[in-house]
Design a protein around this ligand. Structure first.
Ligand SMILES: NC(=O)c1ccc[n+]([C@@H]2O[C@H](COP(=O)([O-])OP(=O)(O)OC[C@H]3O[C@@H](n4cnc5c(N)ncnc54)[C@H](O)[C@@H]3O)[C@@H](O)[C@H]2O)c1
Ligand SMILES: [Zn+2]
Length: 411
C-alpha cells in the first residue's frame, strides 16, 4: 500500500482518493555573463577557461552558428582562434535579421545539430551574432533533444546588453513578434564590445534604445551618462579610443547589464507580469511588426518610450522639462521619436489590446515617474493615448529635422 509518507517531498496524493497526485520540484538555474576583451585574439583564453561550467580544451569539437555578416567581417579571425587552440569547429553561417527571424531558421540550426551529432552533455553550441541569431539558436538549442546547452557571443549592442543576458529565446510567427519561443538561458554569455567596431551607427543607436530604457525606469545616473557621452560613444563605436571614452563605454554597458539582471533574476520565468523592463515594449511589438522592415527593434522601443513619456507628462508623473530632456537625448542618440505607422487608424489601441492579452488581462503599463523611476498603470484610456500621440506629433514637428532643441508645449 502507498502512503503519503512513502513519497519523497514534492510528491503527494490526496488522502481520500487514490487518483490525484501533485508533483512539485524546483529546478536550479545558473548562468554566467562575462565581460570579455578581444575574445578571439589568440592569446585570450576566456573561452577556454573563463567559465568553469563551459570549459573548452584542445581536441574538443564544437558547432558554431554565426551570423553571415559577422562571418564575412570577423570569420577568418574566429576560425583562426579555434585552429590555434586545437578545437575542431564546424561553422554554420546563416543570414540573421528580423525578416528571417522565423521557424525555418530554427529548423536550419536543428538540421546542423543533427548533422554534427552533438554530444549534448559536453558540446554546447556556440552562437555568434546579433539578437536575432542569438534568439534563433537559443530556441533551436532549447528544443533540440528537450534542451541542449549553448553559449552566446553577442556582436551587436542589443545583443550585449539585452538579448545576450536574459533567458528568452524565440522567433516571430504570423504577425506576432517572438510568438514562438522558450525560456532557456545560455550557460554563458561573453560580452565583448570589440565587435561593435564594425557595427553601423543605426544599429548602435538601436542598442542604445534598450540602454536608455533601463536608464529611464531605473537610473538617473545612467541617463546622465547617456546625455554626456551617448553621441561620442556612437562616433567611437564603443571602442574606447581615449581613456575617458573607454571608461564611459565600460560604465554604460556594465551598468545597463547590471540593472537588467537585477530585474530579471527574481523573475526569470516572468511569473510576475509587472516587469519594468517591459517599458517601451507595450506598443512597440505591434509597431515593429506593422512597419517591418522599416523600424528596427530599438527604434520601435524608442517611439514607444517617447509616446509613454508624453503620456507620463499628461498624467503628471513627468515634468515638462524632463519630457523635453528625454526627447532630446533620443534625438542625440540617433533614435526616432515618431514614425508614420503611428498614424495608422487604431494601431495603438490594437497594440495595447494585444499586450493586455499577453499580460493576463491587465495593462500593467510601466510609465516613467521622473527620470529614473516608474510605476505601473492599469487604467490608461484610448482617449489618453490619442492625446499623448498628438502631443508627441507636435513635439516632433517642433524638432527641426533631428535638431536637438525641443519646443516646450504647455500642459
Ligand atoms: N531574447 C531577448 O531577451 C531579447 C532582448 C532584446 C532583443 N531581442 C531581439 O533581438 C533582435 C534585435 O537584435 P539586433 O539589434 O542585434 O539585430 P540583428 O540580430 O538583426 O543584427 C543587426 C544587423 O547587424 C548585423 N551585425 C551583427 N553583428 C555585427 C557586427 N559586429 N558588425 C557588423 N554587422 C553586424 C547583422 O547581420 C544584422 O544585419 C530582435 O529580434 C529582438 O526581438 C531579444
Ligand atoms: Zn527589447
Amino acid at each position: 500500500m502507498r502512503s503519503a509518507a512513502s513519497f519523497k517531498l514534492g510528491l503527494s496524493h490526496s488522502a481520500d482518493t487514490d487518483s490525484a497526485w501533485k508533483v512539485e520540484a524546483v529546478k536550479q538555474v545558473e548562468y554566467h555573463v562575462i565581460a570579455a576583451r578581444n575574445l578571439f585574439s589568440p592569446e585570450n583564453t576566456q573561452l577556454l577557461d573563463g567559465c568553469s561550467a563551459a570549459p573548452l580544451t584542445r581536441g574538443d569539437r564544437r558547432l558554431v552558428v554565426i551570423d553571415s555578416n559577422v562571418d564575412r567581417i570577423h570569420g577568418d579571425r574566429i576560425r583562426g582562434y579555434f585552429e590555434h587552440h586545437g578545437v575542431a569547429a564546424s561553422f554554420v553561417s546563416m543570414r540573421a535579421d528580423e525578416t528571417v527571424k522565423e521557424w525555418s531558421s530554427v529548423i536550419r540550426v536543428v538540421d546542423a545539430m543533427n548533422g554534427f551529432g552533438i554530444d549534448r552533455r559536453r558540446e554546447p553550441v556556440i552562437a555568434i551574432g546579433g539578437g536575432v541569431l542569438l534568439d534563433v539558436v537559443g530556441f533551436a538549442a532549447s528544443v533540440y533533444r528537450r534542451g541542449t546547452p549553448y553559449i552566446r557571443i553577442p556582436t551587436t549592442l542589443i545583443g550585449l546588453v539585452d538579448a545576450g543576458v536574459g533567458v528568452k529565446t524565440g522567433v516571430n510567427y504570423g504577425m506576432g513578434k517572438n510568438r514562438l519561443g522558450t525560456y532557456a538561458p545560455a550557460i554563458a554569455t561573453y560580452v565583448d564590445r570589440a565587435f561593435l567596431r564594425t557595427l553601423d551607427d543605426r544599429h548602435l543607436s538601436n542598442g542604445l534604445a534598450e540602454i536608455l530604457k533601463m536608464a529611464l525606469i531605473k537610473s538617473i545616473d545612467l541617463f546622465e551618462l547617456l546625455e554626456t557621452y551617448g553621441q561620442r560613444l556612437i562616433d567611437d563605436n564603443f571602442q574606447g579610443t581615449s581613456a575617458e571614452l573607454d571608461t564611459a563605454a565600460t560604465q554604460v554597458i556594465a551598468e545597463s547589464i547590471h540593472l537588467m539582471l537585477e530585474e530579471l533574476q527574481p523573475n526569470l520565468w516572468e511569473s510576475c507580469l509587472e516587469r519594468c523592463v517591459d517599458y517601451g515594449h507595450t506598443f512597440s511589438p505591434t509597431l515593429e511588426m506593422e512597419a517591418l522592415p522599416a523600424l528596427l527593434h530599438g527604434e520601435a522601443v524608442s517611439i514607444d518610450m517617447a509616446l509613454t513619456s508624453a503620456l507620463g507628462f499628461l498624467r503628471g508623473s513627468l515634468s515638462s522639462d524632463d519630457l523635453d530632456r528625454i526627447l532630446t537625448v533620443m534625438k542625440r542618440l540617433g533614435l526616432p521619436v515618431w514614425n508614420d505607422v503611428l498614424s495608422t487608424a487604431g494601431v495603438l489601441d490594437a497594440a495595447l489590446a494585444d499586450t493586455v492579452r499577453h499580460r493576463d488581462g491587465r495593462q500593467r503599463l510601466p510609465l516613467p515617474v521622473g527620470i529614473g523611476g516608474h510605476h505601473f498603470a492599469n487604467d490608461v484610456t484610448n482617449e489618453e493615448i490619442a492625446s499623448a500621440l498628438s502631443l508627441l506629433a507636435r513635439k516632433n514637428t517642433g524638432l527641426p529635422n533631428g535638431e536637438v532643441s525641443v519646443t516646450k508645449v504647455a500642459s
